[in-house]
Design a protein around this ligand. Structure first.
Ligand code: SF4
Length: 734
């Protein structure tokens, strides 16, 4: 029919799910996304996983927000509306009934007025910096330009650095350790550089599920002859390809890694020339002294890996011509996450396994734009390009670029994600702006987080669905999905790519950057980028282009990149020093970006998990992701194919534990921790250690974060969502 005859358009963009950053061709006909193909981008060379290929139909889901919403005066904020209803999921009708549709003018005025009211009251009291009772969570799922505008808005309009995003729950500890050790939070080598590695260490990451195309490059490297060392309490899918699998006890990463370091410093495996040239003098001796207590023989009973294997792996890593380390949330999401990453950095530095092809350190970034959002300054301690807020020159540069009077930006860091919600709970944060994040699902001890959000005097949420967080808002502003956006995005490799819009936003949904500009003006800021409310084409001189150029002007890493150049090349890896610099996929080849060019070795302390199992809560709860679903499920649970593949939550237990509990796989259990309980079906999985339970966090009907603990890493303030004590109780089937 006529529909079939309508011309198909193909638009080159980027996958919106994980940090691999696969290039995609979006096939559009009659305003609908028909098909997604892999495109020949630097990260994926045409490859895609199930999410990229089949998961993007969420953009057409009937629950998309298509009009601004304002809370009805007779609808109090009630977190209990988020509890599972009779069919297992929260009742969407009850969530929607709290709001009435509004015009854009009305909604933007209401959104800004509530924020301004709180700000002005704080100013009258003389509050400044982190004491300002306003905070914002920006998004790692939007564009770089949106992240940049978001942090600029919070900082300029409210005079506070209380602005953060989900990196806090993800790789904050990795970034803290990397900044401290080598002066940069970015990866040293791209994923595909594993093609040049002789040995690959993969620890606390499950790329076959969470970064599938990255896993395919690792499998290719193994097929070519590289040896894979897989270190993870779970025997994940890549164990089939591993040369050695180190299934260590949950939470004992530091014991394992310090044992490897002990072997390196006691068996003459240190690359003395590299350390003499590239590492701070005296650090090796201090580390050597610290490591005395960590012999493989002493650590074997702690981590559960025998001493001979620890010695063998340490020797293989140190003597490989080129060895590369990848890590994920299993390393970072602990109260000792920074120490875990410190030990990994020390491994690379002691052996000179950094600064060359096939070597280096690669924390696999989760969200599609967590690297870019962090680069853009969506972090309470730093301005764009990781320039510390305490640095007067960095503040002066931002104030000048943003048209603020000198001294407008405070010199103390703002509050972090968990600290902000704690402050809201205690009545010290009164208003929040949240764009594209879902803390009512993603935060540790989420009952506490939901109560904190409900307590806010004013909450404005910018999103594409009525998420669990939006359901607690005063004003909800309907925004754009990634295939509707114009903007740049930076993947785990530091690869900056151009996202082009393939679809028009539905109904009255508007470009996120336009929404931020409208709010900024209503908050008294002189913003005139001229951003197209519908996103607009990626053209030179466009509003988004003006934002990009202003951002790049504040970022040494993007010094050689302009919007016009990005439009021409489509993809380039930062740092880009000048207009002719082709970008730098491998960094730290000569020195490190520290004051003296040298790296620091920082001893990693062995600390017990915050909440070890005990008689009342005898098992370990591990939370994480799964192949078919993305994070809190806002997108993938609204994708027909993905939701059909994994329609319901389940907890994975070792068959031996199932047997001891007297259960067959499929029968339900109640998981109970000191914070809450959920009821969920069981699944038998030999990959999960006996004595542990693995629960994905994508499901509102069994929200894993009702159970998790908000114990924080003291350095990075990341929460220990990978480890808490849980009781498992059989329940009668419904
Ligand atoms: Fe998208 Fe990541 Fe899958 Fe690539 S690997 S298609 S970026 S989800």
């Amino acid at each position: 029919g006529a529909y079939a005859r309508r011309a198909e358009r193909v638009v080159r963009s980027v996958c919106p799910f994980c940090g691999v950053g696969c290039a995609v061709d979006l096939h559009v006909r009659g305003g609908r996304l028909e098909r997604v193909d892999g495109a020949p981008g630097p990260a994926n060379d045409g490859r895609l996983c199930v999410k990229g290929r089949f998961g993007m139909d969420y953009v057409h889901h009937p629950q998309r927000l298509t009009t601004p919403l304002i809370r009805r005066p007779d609808a109090p904020k009630d977190p209990s509306l988020l509890a599972p209803g009779p069919d297992g999921r929260p009742d969407p009708a009850a969530l929607w009934a709290q709001f009435r549709p509004a015009t854009w003018e009305e909604a933007l005025d209401a959104a800004a007025a509530g924020l301004a009211r709180v700000r002005d009251a704080a100013r009258a009291q003389g509050l400044r910096g982190r004491a300002v009772p306003v905070a914002g969570f920006g998004s790692a799922k939007g564009s770089n330009e949106e992240a940049y505008l978001f942090q600029k808005l919070l900082r300029s309009a409210f005079g506070t650095h209380n602005v953060d995003h989900c990196t806090r729950l993800c790789h904050a500890s990795s970034v803290a350790a990397l900044m401290e050790g080598i002066g940069s939070g970015a990866v040293s080598n791209p994923v595909r550089d594993c093609a040049h590695a002789d040995l690959i260490v993969l620890i606390g990451a499950n790329p076959a599920q969470n970064h599938p195309v990255a896993a395919s490059w690792i499998k290719n490297a193994v097929r070519r002859g590289a040896r894979l060392v897989l270190a993870d309490p779970r025997r994940t899918e890549l164990a089939r390809h591993a040369w050695r699998t180190l299934a260590f006890k949950p939470g004992t990463d530091v014991a394992l890694l310090n044992a490897l370091l002990h072997v390196i410093v006691t068996e003459g495996l240190v690359d003395e020339a590299f350390v003499a040239q590239r590492v701070h003098p005296g650090d090796l001796e201090a580390l050597r002294a610290h490591l005395q207590a960590f012999s493989p023989e002493a650590m074997a009973p702690v981590c559960g890996i025998d001493a001979a294997t620890l010695r063998e792996v340490a020797r293989a890593y140190a003597t490989a011509p080129a060895a590369m380390i990848f890590w994920g949330m299993g390393v970072s999401q602990h109260a000792h996450g920074t120490d875990n990453a410190r030990a990994l950095i020390a491994l690379a530095l002691l052996t000179g396994q950094i600064g060359r092809p096939g070597t280096g350190l690669h924390p696999l970034r989760g969200q599609n734009n967590v690297q870019g959002a962090s680069d853009a300054g969506l972090i309470p301690m730093v301005l764009p390009d990781y320039r510390r807020v305490a640095d007067p020159l960095a503040r002066a540069a931002a104030e000048a670029a943003w048209g603020l009077p000198p001294g407008a930006l405070p010199d103390e860091p703002g509050l972090t994600v968990v600290e902000i919600l704690d402050a809201a709970h205690e009545g010290r944060i009164h208003a929040m702006l949240i764009q594209g994040e879902n803390p009512a699902m993603s935060d540790p001890d989420v009952a506490h987080a939901r109560a904190a959000l409900a307590r806010l005097e004013h909450l404005v949420v910018i999103d594409i669905f009525l998420t669990e967080t939006a359901a607690l808002a005063d004003v909800v502003l309907p925004a754009t999905a990634w295939p509707e956006k114009t903007g740049s995005v930076t993947n785990t490799d530091r690869l900056v790519q151009l996202g082009r819009p393939a679809l028009a936003p539905p109904g009255q949904a508007r470009a996120d950057a336009w929404i931020l500009e409208q709010l900024a003006r209503r908050l008294g800021l002189d913003w005139h980028y001229g951003i197209d409310p519908l996103g607009g084409a990626p053209e030179p001189g466009s509003g988004i282009g003006r934002v990009f150029d202003e951002m790049a002007g504040l970022m040494p890493a993007l010094a050689g990149l302009t919007w016009a150049r990005l439009l021409r090349v489509g993809a380039i890896t930062h740092p880009v020093a000048g207009p002719d610099d082709p970008g730098r996929p491998i960094v730290f080849t000569e020195g490190f970006p520290t004051a003296d060019g040298r790296a620091r070795l920082v001893p990693a302390r062995l600390t017990a998990p915050a909440e070890p199992p005990d008689a009342d809560y005898p098992y370990v709860l591990i939370t994480g992701r799964q192949l078919e679903h993305w994070h809190t499920g806002a997108m993938t649970r609204r994708s027909a194919v993905l939701d059909a593949l994994e329609p319901a939550p389940h907890v994975s237990l070792h068959p031996a534990l199932l047997a001891r509990l007297g259960l067959r796989a499929g029968q339900p259990v109640r998981l109970r921790t000191r914070r809450g309980s959920v009821t969920v079906a069981t699944r038998a999985d030999e990959a999960v250690p006996d004595g542990a339970a693995f629960l994905p966090f994508a499901y509102a009907e069994a929200a894993a974060n009702l159970l998790t603990i908000a114990a924080l890493d003291p350095v990075a303030k990341i929460a220990e969502v990978k480890h808490c004590a849980v009781a498992i109780e059989p329940v009668a089937a419904a």
